[in-house]
Structure formats: C-alpha cells, structure tokens
Design a protein around this ligand. Sequence first.
Ligand code: ADP
Length: 269
Amino acid sequence: MNLHLSATAPGKALVPHYIPAGNECELFELAWKRKLPLLLKGPTGCGKTRFVSHMAARLGLPLSTVSCHDDLAAADLTGRYLLKGGDTVWVDGPLTRAVRNGGVCYLDEVVEARKDVAVVLHPLTDDRRILPLERTGETLEAPAEFMLVVSYNPGYQNILKALKPSTKQRFVAIEFDFLPKEQEIAIVSAESGLEERHVAPLVNLAQRLRAMKGHDLEEGVSTRLLVYCASLIESGLTPREAISAAMIEPLTDDPDVRLALREVAGAII
Ligand code: ADP
C-alpha cells in the first residue's frame, strides 16, 4: 500500500496561497454548503491540490488527501482488519475517518484507483451520503461537515483510464487549466521568490512548449515545473541549466524531442 496522506487540523493551518482563475472559490463554498461532491478536472500541476488545501483551510475544515494509484483498492480508503498484539482490530481508512469525523476527503487522480473504489463512492455521492462498511456491518451516514473532492486529468487520453459517466455525473465539476500569462507570472514569482521580470520569459517558454502537447509531448510544462525552474534560478543556477533540469528533462526521454525543446528554449531565453 502506498498512500500519501497529509492532514491539516481545523482552524490551525495557515491558508495556503492560491490565486483564483475564476469563480472556483465561490463554487467550492456553495458545493460545501449544499453537501455536493466536487470533481476537479485538469492537467497535472495546474493548481488543483493547492486549491483544495486553500479552501479547506479557509473553511476551517480538516483535510485528508489520498494520492490514488493503480494498486489502490476500496479497502485502502475504507479500512481493514489488522492484527495488533494478537488481536484482530478494525482500522479505519482515510475516507472512513473523514466520514466519521467530518472534513474534506480529497482523492487525487481518482481515475488511477481500482474499479472497486467507484462502488464505495457511489452511495456517498448521491443524496443518501452513506458509506456502507461491509466488513464491520456498519452503514455510516456522512455528517454535514463531510465533503468529497476528487480530481482527474482528462488529458491522458487513455480510454481505460477515463472516468465512467455513471461516476462523473455524481459530481459538480470544475475545469482547471493553466492560468493566463500575467496571473501565472505572479504565481511563479510569489512561489519561487524570483522577480517577475525574470519569470516572464520562463512563462513565455512554457506557453510555447504547451503548444507542442499532443505532437511531440504527452504533457506540457506545468505551473509546478515553472515554480521549480524559477526556484533553481533564484538559488543561483543559470537559467539554461534550470530550464534543462526543470522544463525539458522531466517532459521527455526522447533525445530528438529533447533537442527540439532545447532549440525552442534557446530561441526564447
Ligand atoms: P495539481 O494538483 O493540479 O497537480 P498543484 O496544486 O500541486 O497541482 O500545483 C502545483 C504548484 O503550482 C503548487 O504547489 C503551487 O506552487 C503552484 N500553483 C498552481 N496554481 C496556483 C494558483 N492558482 N495559486 C497559487 N499557486 C499555484
């Protein structure tokens, strides 16, 4: 089992910095008030996770984040019986804990998880808002303070990994994309400490490289990689080295494509 969990205590966490692209903060708050589950769609590294931690902290809610992967099964979310000192005891998984105690449960890249996860999510994402635990015989009713948020990246174009309509249609959905240039420059500068005038050419380059997505590249440069690149420059690496390490090498292993990316970078920086 490989769960990446993080938790923020209610009221204690500082609100993580987040620059909204549109009305997503209002939408999140309304979905929360009306007990509606939320689906965030968008490419990797464009701010979905940051958005959820920002909103959870803003609303004073505990947050449980689970990074889903192809080995993650329903029992990893609900819980299982474990041997403890000779006794067999039930241990709640992160979803069950969030349903029992209230708070936001965020399943990142939910489409990666095994199919049985959908079976657990369905009764939680309609008006029943229940979590049946077959193994313990309990049926938990989600309290008003519980909210389920899931994310996925529709851009992978993997038919086997698409979210089924029967699952998708249980969520209010928000589409995320990379922010317009000026906003992205502001974010990368704020996150890395590099002055905006030095960040601007990096964002220009990212936009050029994103335009190559689908041709030579599976994914474009994410805001996350831009933040990495700017941080390396701010720490003293030359822009050329930083771009290579953070904006070219992570995108492709193909030597020809790498060469093409270097040429694009050379023409801009
Ligand atoms: P995702 O969950 O979509 O893969 P993240 O939320 O981890 O992406 O975003 C990656 C990084 O990009 C964040 O850690 C943050 O530094 C930066 N970032 C992206 N969008 C924003 C935003 N709107 N406001 C502030 N930071 C952002």
